[in-house]
Write a protein that binds this ligand. Structure first.
Ligand code: NDP
Ligand SMILES: O=C(O)C1=N[C@H](C(=O)O)C[C@H](O)C1
Length: 268
């Protein structure tokens, strides 16, 4: 079988650089093109420069040229960028791996609709450990379904622009579904002042931003007399990047449709 040809969007970003590294280190895949936005000083440079490697692929800004002949685009950028890449992937019939977080409901609907035409893996977290944690959380919430308060804590680096993290929100959805609640109505995003006693039906979120934290998540189930904590800590972005490349390889053998990392890992 020939190598899967991958395009990396936002290749100069934190995740973009890790994705280039992951692609170069993974057998069975090949860097087809690397994208940055028009005017970015990286345009024209070798895509491996930032990680001290030579790829032979110059960074470009022409999305249509990059997607011609490609098998999949891997995109960890921003919601508006991902929606534009989604439209381009549809035009070219190219699979789309989406790691971007911070989508609103309309964007999610657009991604789901595009899944009728192309293959998409969209996940707020591509690490194996976090995806296992989603399963563990479902079990924990079903068992700890009485007398336990649920609080979700996340910490990330100072540059992160969305809060709570996409992973924390997905953790909230998993727990809410298991408890028969709707996260839209039971979530509490931070507290301040005289808040009154805690409403037992809520799911609380706490966000920390600082330094170079790659990504920490804890879900706390707290009762009177005991606590259960499920924690995941990422220490390298290569964890996410390797997961995204794995998803691109998996998607190449699937019918078109919208999938997430649970499907890739057989955890559905
Ligand atoms: N699903 C997962 O496992 C993970 C998801 N993420 C998510 O990935 C995203 C990126 O994170 P990170 O790498 O830290 O961010 P960075 O800011 O380091 O990188 C973002 C990249 O995307 C580019 N970009 C920004 N806006 C657009 C746009 N509108 N069109 C095209 N390109 C654009 C940036 O270019 P420029 O420099 O020109 O702005 C930059 O190259 C975030 O949403 C984050 O939450 C992160 C880690 C893991
Ligand atoms: O922005 C990041 O860095 C990360 N974002 C993702 C999220 O919002 O959940 C995943 C990971 O924790 C790193």
């Amino acid at each position: 079988m020939s190598d899967i040809k991958l395009v990396i969007a936002g290749c100069g970003g934190r995740m973009g650089r890790s994705l280039i590294e992951a692609v170069l280190a993974t057998p069975g895949v090949r860097l087809h093109a690397a994208l940055e936005r028009d005017g970015n000083p990286l345009i024209g440079q070798d895509a491996g420069l930032a990680i001290g490697q030579q790829t032979g692929v110059a960074i470009g800004s022409d999305v249509d040229a990059a997607l011609a002949g490609a098998d999949a685009l891997i995109d960890f950028t921003r919601p508006e960028g991902s929606l534009a890449f989604l439209a381009a992937c549809r035009r070219h019939g190219v699979n789309h791996i989406i790691g971007t977080t911070g989508f609103d409901d309309a964007a999610r609907a657009a991604i789901a609709e595009a899944g009728t035409e192309i293959g998409i893996v969209c996940a707020p977290n591509f690490s194996v450990g976090v995806n296992l944690s989603f399963k563990l959380l479902d079990i924990a919430a079903r068992v700890l379904n009485e007398g336990f308060d649920v609080e979700i804590l996340e910490a990330h680096h100072r540059y992160k622009v969305d809060a709570p993290s996409g992973t924390a929100l997905r953790m909230g959805e998993v727990v809410a579904n298991a408890l028969g609640r709707d996260l839209k109505t039971c979530a509490v995003y931070g507290r301040e002042g005289v808040t009154g006693e805690r409403d037992p039906n809520t799911i609380g979120f706490a966000t920390v931003r600082g330094g170079d934290v790659v990504g920490d998540h804890t879900v706390l189930f707290a009762a009177l007399g005991e606590r259960v904590e499920i924690t995941h800590k990422a220490s390298s972005r290569l964890t996410f990047a390797n997961g995204a490349v794995r998803a691109a390889r998996w998607l190449a053998g699937q019918p078109r449709g919208l999938y997430d990392m649970q499907d890739v890992l057989g955890l559905r």
